[in-house]
Ligand binder design. Sequence first.
Ligand SMILES: Cc1ncc(COP(=O)(O)O)c(C=O)c1O
Length: 482
Amino acid sequence: MEISNKDFKKLIYQATDMITDWYDKKLRGSKIYNNKSPAEIRETFKIKSKNKGTKAHEVIKKLEKNLIDSSNFNPSPNYYGYITGGGNQIGIIAEYIKAALNQNNLKWHSAPANSEIEKIVIEWISEFIGYNQKCGGVLVSGGSVANLMNIAVMRKVKGGKKIKEKGIYKEKVMRVYVSEEGHSSIDKAMDILGLGSENLVKVKRDKNFKIQINELEKEINHDLKSGLKPIGVIGIAGTTNTGSVDPMDEIEKVCKKFDLWFMVDAAYGGPAAGLKEHKSLFKGMEKADSILLNPHKWMFVPFEVACVLVKNQQQLKNTFSLIPEYLMGGADIDEREDLMNYSIQLSKDFKALKVWMTIEVYGHSVISKAIRNDIEMALYAYEKIKNNDLFKALHKPELSIFCFKYISKLKNISDDILNKKIIEEIEKDGRVFLSGTVIDKENVLRINCINHRRNKKDIDFLIRVLEEIGSKVEDKLGNLSV
Ligand SMILES: Cc1ncc(COP(=O)(O)O)c(C=O)c1O
């Protein structure tokens, strides 16, 4: 399997040419989505069973020809889907170096630099968002896993002393509270942890998409009266639908009053707490018992990396540490902290390198500026849409997400149907990419502006494309309905 160093270098240059070509030609001025079918993609990349193997440079050539056209090019500022960050070039280089070093981050001595760099970036992130730098922390694959781990800690600390050995069977039914805007990974985590998704209480939100504190208290009191056991409240620092931030200070007071775990899902919005002008929006988050935050979203780091932060390091360790004989090896030196003790994973890659290189190269101020720019872009889009008769703005963006809709002029076609069709047509068109969402039971358009490359001209382009697609879809639906 070994390739000579000379050929290895050639292959790296070939792959590098392919990548730089994408960045030359595909960021703007070309489709970012080609709407290929699953069958077409499978046909292109299929591998015969008992295949003979192909020369590496030919495989890269095949990728040069096919990969970008079968992918969704999210580094482009024309990509507005989900809450997907566009990555950054230094992160790409970090991923390449990481793979070459092939560290396994299970024990300190299996990955020394990796272990220490992970702690360094966790401290940096904690300081950046104004959280406790001495907290326990670990990097994981994404926000969904980080939500699961956060709730696992909450369950261990507030649930009952014998959960580790006996499970939850002897406990009263445990209840966790989040607003109606909570991310679906929280429901999944409740299921996986045996707490049951019905025991995630979805508290009513207000018209600004934030949790209603009086409703939260009502739900907790009701559960206490019914003999259930409230264990924690999850505040959302940047909801997935609209990017709204819950009132953290007020949630914290409720948690204190009822002795509950205060967790913050800051998977998306957390980094905005690092900006002076937005700090007040997150006031109280610093008092959370635990937080999660995704560098692969709003710290512009390539996928995958999320961060679990627990104020009391020992509580994180108590939840995840389990050391069998075959993992006892290595010198017994106190400062050597094995990261496997803080995580579900044993083998883990050197995720911290791309975060560290991103922070080290760009620095505090460039990262802050990029976050600020994203919020400005969402606000710019809001102003443009607000003053455009074809559309209706559904809220003023608090962070980088903005929802709006194209207004139907057809009597028998609702905005709901029209906007659903527009999202489908955007896929077929391919010049921009939006994922859409449902608000108050209605399909709407939604843009997420996380991407340091985006500028006002990109937003103008987006609106032009949406005007064009909107009127095309409207014409089509109009013709169908006559
Ligand atoms: C608020 C929130 N929490 C959690 C997640 C899940 O994160 P991931 O996609 O990294 O699993 C998301 C994803 O968008 C999110 O918006």
